[in-house]
Design a protein around this ligand. Structure first.
Ligand SMILES: [Zn+2]
Length: 291
């Protein structure tokens, strides 16, 4: 068999959740493969690499985020906008849902849901550092490698599954979502934000795009990825748009002047100030399954 034929074998695409042909995507993004069905990019990693190793304390407090915990007020602002959008789109209040969050981080979203009256909350978080913070806040959170994970989700039976800026971090997001949706209520809603690789910003920046960030970002879906993914699973997309974020001024300053990171105490006051920015390269999708 010729090499070109081998290269065009069908493989499961973890962005559109379907069998697809893949081609070399390195003309756009180095070392990537591109799905011929949804045009998404994937950055292949060696199986067996532990993703948990990427998400120790220094990821949240220095290397990826300047200070995730210091940015709590800004994070809450973004989550409050997501909650308002969810309530408007799904025509229910948060208190009516059994909420499962994939990628809970330090629990700011679930904490805000609890303040809004939600009582049934469960998180899944890969970082042990973050799970400890959640436990201190009395938020139930599971490790993805918990041997009883499936069983616990089945017992919880979520009817709202959210994953904020998590899809791009996973090696096999479509499979992770499929597995969790199997244990959810039949009419469950799903809401997520992630990068959008067919955005103008990505197209202009290519390998310099701020979201092209292997090996922490591995999956780069398009808008079409989710149209195919949800349609094939009997979901109806209720909202699909771009989502902008507020960030602390400290994060902006550190991005422009990376050396200042070692002088965090001078940046402290800047964590209080937030700036909203929409680069139209992050998509939000809210979908639900018809009864
Ligand atoms: Zn695909």
């Amino acid at each position: 068999m010729k090499a070109s034929m081998l290269a065009s074998q069908l493989v499961f695409c973890n962005n559109c959740g379907q069998e697809a042909h893949f081609s070399d995507g390195s003309a756009w993004f180095p070392k990537t493969r591109q799905c011929q069905k949804c045009q998404a990019f994937v950055y292949p990693i060696n199986s067996g690499v532990s993703l948990a190793d990427h998400y120790q304390e220094n990821y949240f407090e220095g290397t990826e985020y300047l200070g995730y915990l210091d940015s709590r007020n800004v994070n809450r602002k973004n989550f409050a906008r997501k909650i308002a959008l969810l309530e408007r789109t799904l025509k229910k209040t948060m208190s009516e849902f059994k909420i499962l969050e994939i990628g809970t981080a330090s629990g700011d979203f679930l904490e805000l849901c609890r303040e809004k009256g939600a009582t049934k909350l469960l998180g899944i978080e890969i970082s042990g550092y973050c799970r400890d913070i959640c436990h201190k806040k009395k938020i139930s959170v599971l490790s993805p490698s918990d041997p009883e994970l499936s069983q616990k989700i089945m017992q919880f039976k979520p009817d709202l599954i959210v994953a904020w800026d998590v899809w791009e971090h996973l090696e096999n997001p479509a499979q992770v979502f499929d597995q969790i949706m199997r244990y959810a209520e039949k009419t469950a809603a799903v809401a997520l934000t992630t990068v959008q690789v067919d955005s103008l910003t990505a197209w202009l920046r290519r390998a310099k795009w701020r979201q092209f960030h292997p090996p922490t970002h591995l999956c780069y879906p398009t808008r079409l990825s989710f149209n195919l993914f949800f349609k094939n699973r009997g979901f109806k997309i209720l909202r699909h748009s771009f989502f902008g974020y507020s960030r602390s001024l400290a994060e902006y300053v550190a991005a422009i002047f990376p050396r200042i990171k070692s002088k965090r105490k001078f940046l402290k006051p800047l964590f209080r100030l937030s700036v909203y920015l929409n680069l139209y390269d992050i998509q939000i999708v809210i979908a639900n399954r018809e009864p």
